[in-house]
Design a protein around this ligand. Sequence first.
Ligand code: PEP
Ligand code: MN
Length: 266
Amino acid sequence: MNVQLNTEPLSSWIDTGGKPLIIAGPCSAETEEQYLETARAIAKEGYAHILRAGVWKPRTRPGSFEGVGEPALPWLQKAKEETGLPTSCEVATPQHVELALKYGVDALWVGARTTVNPFNVQDLADSLKGVDVPVFIKNPVNPDLALWVGAFERIAGAGITKLGAIHRGFSNAQEAKYRNSPMWQIAVEFKSIFPDIPMIGDPSHMAGKRAYLAELTQRAMDLNYDGLIIESHRNPDEAWSDAAQQLTPDALGEMLKGIEFRNETY
Ligand code: PEP
Ligand code: MN
């Protein structure tokens, strides 16, 4: 497969000083205090280039926390004002796109449960026409490279040129070591189709557990990934979503110090 998309290199839209791009923040924005405290601590640690937050949460089953929604968006604005770091959140519908842009969210990502659905992705693409915003697209939950490629074609078709891929692994039918199996080969194949699209590793959603974050992060860096998106919460055990896989901002800093980044330590 050979697909040409009009994209801008990562370094032209975010300055990481040559280091891998680090996107960090809680799985979900829960309360103003939780979000701002976490964002401040991440900024103080100094490793992050973009803050993340789940504002609308795609939960597999109903009955768990589904995100604060629009009321959380001013917290992201405040976090940006205080820390100077750009913000990002997941968008799954045109209404999410409209609201995120209205409140000045700097970068958007398409979640794994959205990438699987071409209707959904096309709706997002249509809502992004005429907008200049970076968009990261997670791999679909199932190991179908063509769906991932198709999502890029649809979003790029809307004129988005600041594009990034997020490799978050693939769901398992049976209990497995990792919550989502990395199947690294799929990301390698993606890279052969789209060599110019930066690849961002998401060890948090691959791992499902804190204990596996470092090994998955190291593997992504050994494969020359362009960056990482990692969940960090001021009090992970109390998190309203993905408690087992989040690290405190401080522990995330320690973890990153132990990783060899392209033969350098962070
Ligand atoms: C997330 O990033 O919090 C999330 C819901 O991830 P995914 O779409 O990879 O499951
Ligand atoms: Mn999460």
